[in-house]
Design a protein around this ligand. Structure first.
Ligand code: MN
Length: 272
């Protein structure tokens, strides 16, 4: 049964919050999903901290990462990461970009990240590196230009996770759940690898084990079980305010009560 776009927005908002809550993304980083009815479009939140993303924050872009309707809010700067990977990989339906502290030591040293346990294998048998410096020389390290996104997509190749030197990681999936599962377990693998290398010699999965374990854990049942667990850990953050949209769309009131109401709302926001 086709999924409604409202449900896509809700799922993507939940995914943002799960990734935030599990420490994959923090103030920065983002997740997107390809439009289920139009492969030339994708959805991505407006620029805000992922833990706060609501369904109404989700914007629609074409594969050149241009908004499909005029924006009244600020989009993320690095959205070409998403658009260019969707262009290069028709099999990819979701992309996560993050700067998790778990992967940064690998991005900083160039030490290869390898699958060390069955769930870690979901990040892919091989995790290539991309160095923005190779193609673009000195930059501010943000991936903003379409050619930078395309270069990153080439480095990802047919793999599922790519490490970005001195920056972070980008993770792809055939579905939103898969990209989230892969991102979280890839970070757990990275954390374990760092600790394991400190106490001894690592013994990674071989290619056949990595392939089989990866495929097994990316089946619907384990992914649904993990999604349930991560959603439970969100607690109240798994719920969205019933009428965020109405509040945003309400015309500015010029009655005497309005300013006081706004001050009250602002104070409430500050407390949270
Ligand atoms: Mn980034």
């Amino acid at each position: 049964m086709p999924v409604s776009l409202d449900e896509v927005r809700r799922q993507l908002a939940i995914a943002n919050r799960i990734l935030g809550n599990e420490g994959v993304i923090d103030a920065f980083g983002h997740a997107s999903i390809r439009h289920p009815g139009n492969p030339n479009r994708y959805f991505l939140a407006r620029s805000r901290s992922p833990l706060w993303v609501e369904p109404d924050d989700i914007l629609e872009f074409d594969l050149d990462s241009q908004p499909v309707r005029p924006l009244t809010v600020q989009p993320y700067g690095e959205r070409v990461i998403h658009g260019e990977i969707y262009k290069a990989r028709p099999d990819v339906n979701s992309v996560v970009h993050h700067h998790s502290g778990a992967v940064l030591p690998f991005c900083m040293t160039g030490v290869p990240l390898v699958p060390l346990f069955h769930l870690g294998a979901t990040m892919g048998e091989t995790v290539p590196f991309w160095d923005q410096r190779d193609d673009f020389g000195d930059t501010n390290l943000l991936v903003i230009k379409p050619e930078e996104g395309a270069s990153l997509a080439r480095a990802l190749g047919r793999n599922w996770t790519v490490l970005m030197r001195r920056h972070g990681a980008t993770v792809a999936g055939t579905s939103l759940q898969e990209a989230v599962f892969r991102s979280i377990n890839g970070c757990i693998n990275a954390e374990c690898q760092l600790r394991a290398m400190a106490i001894g010699t690592i013994g990674p999965l071989n290619a056949a084990e990595a392939r089989d374990a990866g495929a097994f854990n990316l089946q619907p049942r384990p992914m649904a079980r993990a999604w349930e667990y991560w959603t439970l850990r969100l607690g109240d953050r798994a719920k969205f305010p019933a009428r965020a949209k109405a509040a945003v769309k309400a015309p500015e009131r010029k009655s005497k009560a309005a300013p006081r109401k706004r001050v009250k709302a602002a104070a409430k926001t500050r407390r949270r």
